[in-house]
Design a protein around this ligand. Structure first.
Ligand SMILES: [Cu+2]
Length: 151
């Protein structure tokens, strides 16, 4: 009986997600990044992100730490076209959609946001950092690359 309930729950929970991904037409490439760690280390995991032009991305940002963290990259925003940023509630349901260019996002402890974008122009060693006082100095920095020639 317990297994049966789990199967039904899985179907109910995951079917809408599958549909949501198909809606855009092309294939969406999902990339995940953690801002900080559960034991509060000042890190982005991974600390290097590489995106290819001509592909469509969903960057999932999550803050598993007890502290607030930022995803800041002024350069990154000038190399991509942001379709939208979705803010999720604790159950993974979208509670807000933000449209337009984004330079930085602050995530409260436990928060998740999904950033949908198209890489537009090549970029090498674009600086990623957390603007919260002292975090970048403690290691909360990263690098973003945008590669690939459009055919
Ligand atoms: Cu931080």
């Amino acid at each position: 009986m317990k297994n049966f309930i789990i199967i039904i729950l899985s179907l109910v929970l995951f079917t809408p997600l599958a549909y949501a991904d198909k809606k855009h037409g092309g294939k969406t490439i999902e990339v995940k990044i953690s801002l900080g760690t559960e034991d509060n280390q000042m890190l982005f995991i991974p600390d290097t992100l590489t995106f290819e032009r001509g592909k469509y991305y969903k960057l999932v940002l999550n803050n598993p730490s007890p502290d607030e963290h930022y995803f800041n990259s002024d350069a990154f925003s000038t190399h991509i076209f942001t379709r939208k940023v979705e803010v999720m509630d604790k159950t993974g349901k979208t509670v807000a959609e933000i449209h337009g260019a984004t330079n930085g996002i602050e995530l409260k402890p436990g928060a998740t946001v999904e950033w949908f974008f198209l890489p537009m122009t090549k970029g090498k060693n674009l600086k990623l950092y957390c603007q919260k006082k002292g975090h970048a100095e403690k290691g909360m920095v990263g690098t973003i690359n945008i590669v690939g020639d459009l055919k």
